[in-house]
Write a protein of this length. Sequence first.
Length: 167
Amino acid sequence: MSARRLVIVRHGRAEAYAADDHERELTPRGAEDAQALGRWLAAQEWLPDHAVVSSATRTQQTWTALAEAAGVTLEPVVEDGVYNAGPEAVLDVLRAVPQEVVTLLLLGHNPTVAWLANSLDDGDGDPAELMAVMDGFPPASCALLEVEGGWADLADGSARLLRSWRP
């Protein structure tokens, strides 16, 4: 089997306040950025065959805008644990993904998604891309990583950062 592909996405820009943080919605700019990201993923031919998305309103709205713009029709796996989990807990969710999945999209929150994009990279990818990701992971950012092993084997340094995108 060829390498697996991991798409790590931070939700689009959200309103600063809501009655509950979990319910914060995307701003119009956040929705536009998510659509632009979806179009970019389609142009890169990095469309997911499986998606794990935080249960927060802003991540659900990001997924809807991204998927619509990319022409993706799959239903994501909505994970409450991705909302406030640290990197190890999110890695455990990703490690449980079915092995037949080729392109996996994780849509979550900082600082966890930025940490994952940095720590999973083996250091052998494009140095400019790594510097761009290390420089910050603003709303609607995305990192594309190639994973040689199985999902169950995800660990620090087990993937290669190939490309990134930011609005």
